[in-house]
Write a protein that binds this ligand. Structure first.
Ligand SMILES: Nc1ncnc2c1ncn2[C@@H]1O[C@H](COP(=O)(O)OP(=O)(O)O)[C@@H](O)[C@H]1O
Ligand SMILES: [Mg+2]
Length: 258
């Protein structure tokens, strides 16, 4: 199956610390991959490498068969890589709709003359963008809250709004950093359904970092385990669960793994 993302021997060092070491990873068309591992394993750092916030010290990152090591974060968004953050990054004093509108791919594409001479065509384009944003908000279950301020949303819905903001960039590869963090079990169930339906309806690839193993087992086609920056296992839920290296890595963190 076609590989959308491929990492070959990717490492990054910060001074004396190797946060990610020689990681090989691939995401194929339509896959949902879970990236798990104890705290400090290098999961978020790997996302930062994929989105261009960090440059690999060595190794190659391919996206759709093209080497993208040199691309800047905004260029990676343009080619279809979008993410959410472990710490929510919404504009809290903006409404739900405004938060997705400013993230929309064509938000910054309006020409100066278009904002001065608002022709019928420009108006139509703006309406289309708003409708598209509302459609995305529907997909993440927030269309009934479009005029709410982001800071009025419960925590779980703020996380869904983050996903909405990533989606309006028209992404192909969606990176979710701990999307269920802080959610209760009802919110988590809703999140599982939303992620599955996004994968089906939008035909996108999803790479998610998550600690909740029930959620991971429920949605991931494949699980990749990092520990101390290294990939120590990869496979289905039961393969990974029974891998002695994984069990060892999680000793002392059994609560999160349970
Ligand atoms: N910019 C940075 N400078 C120095 N060390 C960093 C930086 N980013 C991450 N690290 C270190 O890399 C390791 C992996 O961190 P991180 O990727 O956040 O782990 P995880 O997301 O798996 O919990 C940690 O030891 C962290 O302190
Ligand atoms: Mg992290």
């Amino acid at each position: 199956m076609e590989e959308v993302l491929k990492l070959e021997g990717v490492s990054v060092r910060f001074g004396g610390l190797t946060a990610v070491h020689q990681v090989d990873l691939s995401v194929r068309k339509g896959e949902i991959i879970a990236l798990i591992g104890p705290n400090g394993a290098g999961k978020t750092t790997l996302f930062n490498l994929l989105t261009g916030l960090y440059q690999p010290t060595s190794g190659i990152i391919y996206y759709k068969q093209r080497k993208i090591n040199h691309l800047k974060p905004f260029q990676r968004v343009k080619i279809g890589i979008a993410r959410t953050f472990q710490n929510i990054r919404l504009i809290k004093s903006f409404t739900v709709l405004e938060n997705v509108l400013i993230a929309h791919q064509s938000c910054n594409a309006e020409k100066v003359w278009e904002s001065i001479f608002v022709t019928k065509k420009v108006k139509k384009k703006r309406i289309d963008v708003v409708n598209e944003c509302i459609e995305i908000l529907k997909m993440v279950g927030l269309d009934h809250k479009i005029y709410e301020y982001a800071h009025h949303l419960p925590y779980g819905e703020q996380r869904l709004l983050e996903i909405g903001r990533a989606l309006v960039t028209n992404c192909q590869l969606l990176l979710l950093d701990e999307p269920a963090a802080g959610m209760n079990s009802i919110e988590k169930q809703k999140l599982i359904e939303i992620i599955k339906s996004l994968s089906n309806r939008l035909n996108i690839e999803i790479l998610l970092i998550e600690h909740d193993m029930r959620l991971v087992m429920n949605i991931a086609d494949r699980i990749v385990v990092l520990d101390h920056g290294e990939k120590i296992a990869e496979g289905t839920g039961s393969e990974v669960r029974n891998n002695p290296k994984v069990v060892k890595a999680y000793l002392g963190e059994e609560k999160e793994y349970a």
